[in-house]
Design a binder for this molecule. Sequence first.
Ligand SMILES: NC(=O)c1ccc[n+]([C@@H]2O[C@H](COP(=O)([O-])OP(=O)(O)OC[C@H]3O[C@@H](n4cnc5c(N)ncnc54)[C@H](OP(=O)(O)O)[C@@H]3O)[C@@H](O)[C@H]2O)c1
Length: 357
Amino acid sequence: MNGVNTVSSSVVSTTNKSKAGTNTFCISVIGATGAVGREVIQLLEKRNFPVSQLRLFCSERSAGEKFQFRGQTLVARTVERETLVGSDYAILCADATTARSLAPMLAELNIVAVDNSSAFRTDPAVALVVPEINGELLKSKPILVANPNCTTIVSLMVAAPLHRVAQLERMTACSYQAVSGAGLAGMHELESQARAWAADEKIACQLFSRPILFNVFPHNSPRLADGSNEEEYKLIRESRKILAHEHLRVSATCVRVPTLRAHAVALHLEFTNAISPAQAMDILARAPGVRVVDESNGDQPADPQMASGLDEVLVSRIRVDHGGTPGKSLALWVVGDQLLKGAALNAVQIVELLIAA
Ligand SMILES: NC(=O)c1ccc[n+]([C@@H]2O[C@H](COP(=O)([O-])OP(=O)(O)OC[C@H]3O[C@@H](n4cnc5c(N)ncnc54)[C@H](OP(=O)(O)O)[C@@H]3O)[C@@H](O)[C@H]2O)c1
């Protein structure tokens, strides 16, 4: 097909069947040149995803950028209708405006889309999915699935297994969010400020309105009428939707910190039913996609460097919340790689479940 980036014939299957007889799929990654898209490409290879053809898309800005996939060189192109035809799944890793503009065409072409942006997350007609929590929504094989906000995924990976047992009433989440949450440009900003500081040069601010080096500040998303910022509002609305718990009380304070990747969240949870730290530790030790870092074994509590590159969300400091209802309140420290479980990995897992459904 003209204009479509393809892997070599050793990977491309014209019959849509691999040699082993299992189905293989044409996958389009839209926003392949960004922080999340790059992780998606690596995950498809690492997880031995059944790809018949991989197509990479970006804006005009990065068109022509080359990627390696299973030993082949792929070139990222701008999105055109004819270059999408024949795709089975599209993993959207671009902004919300781009997602909104492409969704009708993807649906018309019968391409199942998993969108990382905020465009469709709160649309009641669109499933908002974390496979370990509400993966059953994929059994109906929706044509469009929304991937939740990264801080929400990281928080709920730990809150949801406890909710299932003790019924969550209130969640207070204070986040410490890495600069890569703002995309590749966020990482470049912190790195260039660090280099400038080391060279005794002036620190330039391009993406964020003030220095992120040696600083923390409230999340840089737009401020809403009630004084929340958009990130906090996402955490509130998306948590309720994913847990199917409309009346869940959520308090959120989202903060940007000078780490490169992996978001940390101080979680305070209040439950209807009694739950102890020991019970919580036992539940979380068995929760898929969660790893308990147990300080009583002499381990350091989790931190973003420890969590970077890991599929699992790390939880440590599981303790009584002395400010909550006695016997029904817990405080926890949660850290997860928001580029992986908070975005790319969750999206790839959704496609894997859709294929299996
Ligand atoms: N970063 C995170 O931790 C994270 C977590 C959860 C969800 N998300 C969401 O995931 C999405 C991607 O985030 P990111 O951090 O990867 O951002 P990013 O690093 O800024 O990458 C954005 C990507 O979108 C592409 N793009 C922009 N306009 C496009 C267009 N018109 N057509 C096709 N591609 C276009 C960019 O291409 P160029 O290279 O050509 O500019 C780039 O590949 C966003 O919606 C974000 O909110 C991000």
